[in-house]
Design a protein around this ligand. Structure first.
Ligand code: DMJ
Length: 819
């Protein structure tokens, strides 16, 4: 059977050949190159008439043979087929999907052909998923090392003071600002930034589809959902179990070696980011264990990034200090810089967001206290002249209203949700005001330096006069747009009167967010969103691509559009769908459905069933996207190049990102269409099959090979916070964690939505859906027991102390050389 079929034969396609230009397939430059070649051939013919005439006759005969209709069943080499595509029928690949991915299982085991997945790695009582909770005291230190650690800490603090980082009065012993007065935040503002009050919740229309407002599933549907949900839970327990056993307290686990990484301050990013997923999945023992880690973290101390410099002691015994000698230089560097700069945005979305979300689910007072403390640490990062936060911020420092240079839109523009929630639950408005001031700065940004509501991914805060850079809903921009919408929802809506075109002092903040969001999405419709017409079989899908600008010689500006599917952009289906419901923008719902279709096609179109990081699609006007094929009946047709067809280049890695699962979940809840559950099931089972190993789930190097290579990169904490949570939610009852009651942060941490007539502040809300009175009480430990440092932090500090004390130093080095 032929691998191709005529477009439209097996689909409801309305696509036709007319969608593909039939003018000359060659651009002008190639035509002139051809005529130059023709002149050269004529010259040769004049010089060598006889041999060349013979050669020409033979070639013509061969060409005739190759193009003659033949009854042979093997297609001819496409290279030998003519390349004049005009008038040739277009052929598609079956359905546009050539690979077979798991379909809904007929038995509860979706991997019957790979029993090790079901029986070993994902079994409920497998060694990996049942790893017991490691004691928090896993490697407590002998007293002399503790004392050394204290000494070194005192030295580090003295270093800060010398550097003017510790502002003395008003800071606690670790350098944490005790209070951040309002005026500190507004240092440097030229004149009169006016603080807004958030206002009472006013009006939010229902968001979820009527059929998902309550659980209307049939018993058979419930059974299937439960089976699928249980597989997701097993997958979570598999990776969580490995993390507990091999990397507890570090930021990330390395799945192949069982090693660790500390890419996010070394505070245990995975424990934090997983907190609310543990609660949603009902893993209460694990939550109780995790909160002991949360209590222990010392936010004033950023653990050196590379744990190889301080390998965990085996059996709690101290290793020979000499072994560590070679590593000490870097540790010493770190100590003088400590606390090193933290990535402010990542710290807010992963650490602060998870604390606030788990607090909303439990009302655990420890989490609120730690969230407030972290908020206080981070607040001075906003004290710049523009109000935009310092992207890499040295804890305990204060920017004194200083200027910022080049910043990334997502980093400075999407921390408002966490800051607003912190203000709502503490009653202290300073956090939200800080974020609001940033958004006001962006709201007033000159129109000449942006594409209406769209901003470039990076921009220079000081020089606002040149339109340049990359405009996208993807990486480095994404959550800025998402947060405008979600801030509106978290605030509880705005007056329903039409949004004004520009800001006014009396405009309520929620109305401002709606205006900024609407302007951005309108501009995206104009500049970024395009129908995909170059992929046979993918009718009705759209791409959200990028527009790039650059300034060329003599100030001339060039711009171009890139038609691409970027995994990071694929959250936008969910965002546009949610915005469509909140603001009554039906057109956006169509776009959300069409874009989610494209993002899920990017999974279905590859051999592993997983989407790559990025896929570039052929431009519609580019004739080189075709190739010719000879069919079994000898006729010639054209088809679209690429694997999958329509794509001409890809970054083929897959790193378990959540964005497509996120949009698929939103689409299910917003439309009530159960087909999204089947799509999610295909995605999830493909993901497990390609990435699982005994140590967890790995990144893979290539989604488009049968056996991709797994790597040992740290498992990102968003796998626990987002990817597995979205899969879990999509198979949960449709009214579980309703989008009408919860707003999900960019890291998938749910915050309770304020409803008109009620408040989500702790005093007036008694809803603690995930911790009941029959569970162990969650009480606040004494302040003297909080923030003393995790074992990982203490150990790293101890090694630093050893270095500072000279236990590992020139003398030992000398001794080692001599032996
Ligand atoms: C997550 O950490 C967040 O969603 C962030 O906003 C961007 N994307 C990553 C996961 O891909």
């Amino acid at each position: 059977m032929s691998a191709y079929h005529r477009l439209g034969e097996s689909s409801t396609s309305s696509d036709s050949d007319d969608d593909f230009p039939s003018s000359s397939p060659y651009p002008p430059s190639r035509l002139s190159a051809r005529s130059a070649r023709a002149h050269h051939a004529l010259r040769l013919l004049r010089q060598y008439p006889v041999p060349l005439t013979c050669l020409a006759v033979l070639s013509l005969l061969a060409l005739y043979q190759s193009l003659r209709p033949t009854s042979s069943s093997s297609p001819a080499d496409p290279k030998r087929v003519r390349e004049d595509f005009a008038g040739l029928p277009l052929l598609a690949f079956p359905n546009g999907t050539r690979y077979h991915h798991p379909s809904p299982p007929t038995s509860p085991d979706p991997w019957p052909s790979r029993p090790e997945l079901a029986q070993l790695l994902l079994a409920v009582d497998s060694p990996s998923s049942s790893a017991s909770n490691p004691p928090v005291e896993a490697f407590d230190l002998p007293g002399e090392y503790e004392a050394a650690a204290d000494t070194v800490w005192a030295q580090a603090r003295a270093g800060w003071e010398d550097a003017g980082l510790n502002r003395g009065e008003g800071f606690d012993a670790r350098g944490r600002p005790l209070t951040v007065p309002r005026e500190v935040l507004y240092d440097g503002k030229a004149a009169g930034w006016v603080s807004h009050t958030p206002g009472e919740p006013l009006f939010l229309p229902p968001v979820q589809h009527p059929s998902t407002q309550s659980d209307q599933r049939t018993p058979a549907q419930k059974k299937q959902d439960e089976e699928r949900k249980e597989w997701v839970r097993r997958a979570f327990r598999h990776v969580w179990g490995r993390y507990k056993a091999r990397a507890w307290g570090y930021d990330e686990l390395r799945p192949l070696s069982g090693g660790q990484t500390n890419a996010f301050n070394g505070w245990g990013a995975t424990v934090f980011d997983a907190l609310d997923t543990l609660l949603l999945m009902g893993l209460k023992d694990d939550y109780l264990h995790a909160r002991r880690h949360i209590a222990a973290v010392d936010f004033s101390y950023t653990t050196p990034r590379n744990p190889i410099w301080y390998p965990a002691p085996a059996n709690a015994s101290l290793p020979s200090l000499g072994v560590l000698r070679k590593k000490t230089d870097k540790l010493e560097e770190n100590i003088h810089a400590s606390p090193a700069g933290v990535p402010t945005f990542e710290t807010i979305i992963r650490y602060l967001g998870s604390l606030l979300s788990a607090y909303d689910l439990t009302h655990d007072p420890l989490l609120l206290a730690r969230a407030r403390e972290l908020g206080d640490w981070l607040l001075p990062s906003f004290s710049t002249s523009s109000g935009l936060l310092v992207p890499t911020y040295r804890l305990g420092a204060h920017s004194d209203g200083g200027p910022l240079g080049e910043v990334c839109l997502a980093e400075v523009g999407s921390v408002g949700l966490e800051m607003l929630r912190l203000s709502q639950v503490t009653g202290d408005e300073r956090y939200w005001e800080a974020a609001q001031r940033s958004l006001d700065t962006l709201d007033r940004w000159p129109a000449t330096d942006r594409l209406k509501g769209l901003f470039p991914t990076t921009f220079d805060v000081q020089n606002k006069h040149t339109l340049w850079g990359r405009y996208t809903f993807g990486g480095q921009a994404d959550s800025y747009y998402e947060y405008l919408l979600k801030l509106y929802q978290l605030l509880g809506g705005a007056p329903s009167s039409p949004a004004p075109a520009t800001s006014s002092p009396s405009e309520p903040p929620a109305a401002q967010y709606r205006r900024m969001y609407t302007a951005a999405v309108d501009s995206a419709h104009e500049h970024l969103i395009r129908p995909i017409r170059v992929v046979p079989g993918l009718e009705g899908a759209v791409a959200i691509g990028d527009v790039s600008y650059k300034v060329e010689e003599r100030g001339k500006r060039a711009s171009w559009y890139s038609m691409r599917l970027d995994h990071l952009t694929c959250f936008a289906g969910g965002m546009l769908g949610l915005g469509a419901r909140l603001f009554g923008r039906e057109k956006d719902m169509d776009t959300a459905i069409a874009f989610t279709k494209a993002c899920t096609w990017a999974y279905d179109g590859t051999r592993t069933g997983l989407a790559p990081e990025t896929m570039e699609l052929w431009a519609e006007g580019n004739p080189h996207r075709f190739k010719s094929v000879r069919l079994e009946d000898g006729s010639v047709a054209k088809t679209v190049r690429g694997d999958p067809p329509g794509a001409y280049a890809s970054d083929n890695r897959h790193i378990s990102r959540p964005e497509t699962a996120e949009s698929v979940w939103y689409m299910y809840r917003l439309t009530g269409d159960r087909k999204y559950q089947d799509i999610a099931w295909r995605m999830f089972t493909s993901w497990v099959a390609a990435t699982i190993n005994k140590g967890g789930f790995s990144h893979i190097d290539d989604v488009n090979v049968d056996r991709p290579t797994q790597d040992d990169g740290g498992i990102e904490s968003f796998v626990y916070a987002e990817t597995l949570k979205y899969y879990f939610l999509i198979f949960s009852p449709p009214d579980f964690m309703s989008l009408d009651d919860w707003v999900f942060s960019t890291e998938a941490h749910p915050f309770r939505v304020r409803k008109p007539g009620s408040s989500a502040s702790p005093a007036s809300s008694d809803l603690t859906p995930f911790w009941s009175s029959s569970d162990p009480p969650l009480t606040m430990p004494p302040a003297s027991k909080v923030g003393l440092g995790t074992p990982v932090q203490k150990w790293a500090r101890m090694i630093q102390a050893a270095s500072m004390k000279g236990w590992i130093g020139p003398a030992q080095a000398q001794a080692q050389r001599e032996t």
